[in-house]
Design a protein around this ligand. Structure first.
Ligand code: FES
Length: 152
């Protein structure tokens, strides 16, 4: 097992910040055209030292193990960042302690980056768009050609 795979395995042993934030300020959902996996990210902001910063970030995923491990890392390191700081994070920033993604796994990190950017595209001052359903409920709707892979 490679060093990267070992780190992913460790991250999956206790993934952080899974699940919906009911009173989130922003939510973004993306699907990967490369593999059909999907990921949704919620952001909750707070005021700290006169700045509006991310208080909590969470995710739900029907993605692969790498996407879940990256989302777990990313939602941890987003805490305390402003929307502008969060927007500047690259895929390799979001992987945190996992380190750089192998070429075959870059789109997994891009899924997390895409969900984050999608959430950030909502202005923090504006109320979050109504989510209306959990990701699993959304998954039950017809999804065109998107392949859905439920996790255990
Ligand atoms: Fe699709 Fe990793 S294989 S997100």
């Amino acid at each position: 097992m490679s060093d990267f795979e070992e780190k992913v395995r460790e991250a999956l042993a206790s993934p952080k910040n899974q699940g919906e934030i009911a009173d989130a300020d922003a939510v973004g959902t993306v699907g990967s055209p490369a593999c059909g996996d999907m990921l949704r990210m919620w952001l909750k902001f707070t005021e700290k030292d006169g700045k509006r910063v991310i208080d909590r970030a969470s995710f739900q995923s029907f993605g692969c193990q790498t996407a879940i491990a990256v989302a777990s890392m990313a939602t941890e390191l987003l805490k305390g960042k402003t929307a502008e700081e969060a927007r500047e994070l690259s895929v390799n920033d979001l992987t945190g302690g996992l380190g750089p993604l192998p070429p075959m796994k870059i789109h997994c990190g891009q899924l997390v980056e895409g969900a984050l950017k999608s959430a950030l595209d909502q202005t923090p001052a504006a109320p979050a768009a109504p989510v209306g359903a959990t990701l699993s409920e959304a998954m039950k709707k017809p999804a065109g050609t998107i392949r859905i892979v439920p996790l255990e």
